[in-house]
Design a protein around this ligand. Structure first.
Ligand code: CTP
Length: 407
């Protein structure tokens, strides 16, 4: 597996001459398996074209807080999705902004909004690099845990010689790998993980369905986290359009299709995480044609769908860890605990979907992770990737593996 497979790397490029080297850094990160999200400052765009980064990276380069088609608030969505942010090259200006917490553009706002590790690769003329103000800023960043990849001594723009030249590109890529490694122990290497996500759609006729509000975001975050920790991930989802690229995706629509995909992969999976919102009922028979209004108000007979998780719980292979989600609006923990026992699970993630900011459609969530041994862990409101991390930590605990250790 490539060292950065499944990891989302924000590549911040600022306006130093060494910006042209960031193109090669981008390519190397992609070669190492990363999904690279380029964020360029205005000055960087004067040095290198955003089109170059867009062509090489996992997604088009981002430049503006305000005209970004991917999101109305791009700095928070980019920041939350990042596994690591690397600023390459980092000018004296951006180093100072990071130190003081100034958010004057998309890149500095993203850096402020992220909890991901930050790697800073300074490059500037010797006189600037040796300024006490710059030295002090660098020391403060390092003392806060920022990984600084120091510049080398060598030939600089304009023919000068001295310290300030961007570090060797291999050292920059290694620093990014180290930073993500610290955030994600590779404790799922060699494990097969089956994840389900999204809400199923049960057809009524050729154009209508019974559905629910699930966006698939929580399940997709779980799949990405499992991949980042080294697992071989199969993601069964009703939302393949927004599924992470690095995992193997099976697109389904109905509970029956999801059950079929799960029955194929569950028996050989070490860990199964059922985050999908599966419809409990479907129509007894759906029409291939559109039901016409002129035919009067239709009446439907509903029949239960298969309970996929309960079926997997009933035939759970030895050693497999089975995790369910409980979407509740009342008596959160009691209802979730009943499902934990009733479906023979090892872990259940109790999700109060009536809470503002939690559950369906949001980027954030708040859950209580309940284990079969009676222990519980409250995960306060945070982004869904963080919830995914906690859920997988719980599963790893049950499997008797310590995070960071391989069996
Ligand atoms: N689940 C499933 N198949 C179903 C229904 C639910 O596999 N037909 C799974 C969900 O993916 C989830 C867990 O069971 O992991 C709990 O789902 P939830 O909707 O919270 O509960 P239900 O068992 O459907 O019960 P209720 O709707 O009455 O709360």
């Amino acid at each position: 597996m490539s060292n950065l497979a499944g990891r989302r790397v924000v590549l911040g490029v600022t306006g130093g001459i060494a910006a042209y080297k960031a193109v090669e850094v981008c390519r190397r990160l992609v070669d190492a398996g990363a999904h690279v999200i380029p964020v360029l400052t205005d000055s960087a765009c004067r040095m290198v074209g955003p089109t170059t980064f867009s062509a090489l990276a996992g997604e088009p380069a981002h430049m503006s807080m305000f005209d970004d088609s991917s999101s109305p608030i791009p700095h928070t969505s980019i920041a939350r999705s990042a596994d690591v942010v690397v600023v390459c090259p980092a000018t004296a200006r951006v180093i100072s902004d990071i130190r003081t917490g100034r958010s004057g553009d998309l890149l500095t706002a993203t850096i402020l909004a992220t909890r991901a590790p930050l790697v800073v690769c300074p490059a500037m003329h010797t006189e600037m690099w040796e300024q006490p103000s710059v030295r002090e800023n660098i020391e403060v960043l390092a003392s806060r845990g920022v990984i600084v990849v120091p510049p080398e001594s060598g030939r600089l723009a304009g023919g000068d010689l001295g310290p300030g030249r961007l570090a060797a590109l291999a050292d920059i890529v290694s620093a990014v790998e180290r930073a993500t490694g610290a955030a994600h122990p590779l404790d799922l290497v060699g494990m097969k993980v089956l994840v389900t996500a999204g809400g199923t759609r049960e057809p009524i006729d050729a154009v209508r369905f019974i559905g629910n509000r699930s966006s698939g975001k929580q399940g997709h975050a779980v799949a990405l986290e499992a991949k980042a920790r080294g697992a071989d991930v199969v993601l069964v989802t009703t939302r393949p359009d927004t599924a992470p690229e690095a995992v193997s995706v099976i697109a389904v629509e109905t509970a029956e299709e999801m059950a079929e995909a799960c029955s194929l992969h569950a028996p050989t999976s070490d860990l199964v995480i059922m985050a999908a919102a599966v419809a409990d009922f479907k129509t007894a028979g759906s029409s291939d044609h559109k039901i016409k209004k002129s035919d009067g108000v239709p009446e439907f007979v509903l029949v239960p769908t298969v309970d996929i998780l309960a079926a997997m719980g009933a035939s759970k292979p030895a050693g497999q860890v089975l995790v369910g989600f409980a979407a509740e609006t009342d008596d959160l923990e009691a209802n979730a605990a009943a499902k934990l026992v009733g479906k023979n699970l090892d872990v259940i993630v109790a999700n109060d979907v009536s809470k503002p900011g939690a559950g369906f459609g949001f980027d954030t969530n708040e859950v209580v992770v309940l284990m079969a041994d009676g222990s519980r862990h409250h995960v306060p409101m945070c982004d869904k990737r963080e919830v995914a991390r906690m859920v997988i930590n719980a599963a790893v605990d049950i499997a008797g593996r310590e995070p960071g250790k391989q069996e």
